[in-house]
Design a protein around this ligand. Structure first.
Ligand SMILES: C[S@@+](CC[C@H](N)C(=O)[O-])C[C@H]1O[C@@H](n2cnc3c(N)ncnc32)[C@H](O)[C@@H]1O
Length: 272
């Protein structure tokens, strides 16, 4: 039951209501990723010449949006997000909208991005219908999410800390699993292949080697609005995580996690 609560809260948008703080906390660990990957650059390189309109749906803090505008100054590059808190910090044009109801004409965008956002959406088929609808003939959709073997070490540490802090029988509120079970890279590839003649995976495995606990502690803390735990229990788990990491760093120089994401580039020459 409580995993359902975590999922519902994760998909509610509450975590992003006040802006990009929680998102940035979760992104912080990626500055220690090896190899570094320039995902906005990869998308930009594949859009093709002279796009007229690009939609960045679930644009968040504008990591892709701002780079797209630099690279395609002649194009109309629109940031779309459900959260007004996210859009406040971004330069126009931006549109507050849900991916399941995009206020754009059919076939009106040469490129559409849905990067690390579809795992927030309960009605995935409706979202994909909309992303496909707004795409122009010959256009390209980019979607990204996490592969199902992304960061098992992150899950393992949360699990261990929960059991130690709340008891061996405690139900573990595993936010990472909730994301992966709903919309992993493998699920995305299967769903998109039903719709597009060509779905090319740019697979991006790697490792994160953290030299200190701070960024990882901040990443766990950023999940407090959706983990189905009382505030007091959440704090007990966080204190245990800090203790586990202190113990780890007393013996080791680095905390290592294997990461795995990727970009799906979707095209369909059959589209009218
Ligand atoms: C993890 S962030 C990803 C941000 C950005 N695309 C990136 O990759 O850096 C997810 C974003 O999707 C937005 N979002 C979540 N559900 C949405 C929906 N149903 N429609 C539009 N945006 C949504 C959130 O507000 C948040 O800004």
């Amino acid at each position: 039951m409580s995993e359902q609560t975590t999922k519902r809260r994760f998909q509610s948008g509450e975590n992003y209501r006040r802006g990009a703080g929680n998102l940035k906390a979760r992104e912080g660990i990626f500055s220690y990723r090896r190899p570094q990957v320039d995902m906005p650059g990869m998308v930009i390189d594949r859009i093709g010449p002279d796009p007229k309109r690009i939609l960045d749906v679930g644009c968040g803090s504008g990591r892709y949006l701002l780079r797209l505008r630099e690279s395609f100054p002649e194009a109309e590059v629109i940031g779309v997000d459900r959260s007004p808190g996210m859009l406040e910090a971004l330069p126009e044009p931006t549109v507050q909208a849900d991916v399941c109801e995009l206020p754009f004409g059919t076939g009106s965008a040469d490129a559409v991005l849905a990067m690390h956002m579809l795992y927030h959406v309960p009605e995935l088929e409706t979202a994909l219908d909309e992303l496909e609808r707004v795409l122009a003939p010959g256009g390209v959709l980019f979607a990204s999410t996490l592969a199902s073997d992304d960061r098992p070490e992150y899950t393992a540490l949360w699990r261990e800390a929960t059991r130690k802090a709340l008891g061996a029988e405690a139900k573990v509120e595993d936010t990472h699993r909730v994301v992966l079970d709903h919309f992993s890279q493998e699920t995305a590839q299967a769903m998109l292949s039903e719709r597009f003649a060509s779905v090319r995976l740019h697979d991006l495995p790697g490792v994160i080697e953290l030299p200190e606990p701070g960024p990882l502690v901040a990443a766990y803390r950023s999940t407090s609005s959706f983990v189905d735990l009382e505030a007091e229990d959440f704090e007990r788990v966080m204190a245990q995580i800090e203790a586990e990491l202190d113990r780890h760093f007393a013996a080791e120089d680095l905390f290592r996690m294997t990461v795995h994401t990727g970009i799906l580039e979707c095209r369909d020459p059959r589209r009218p």
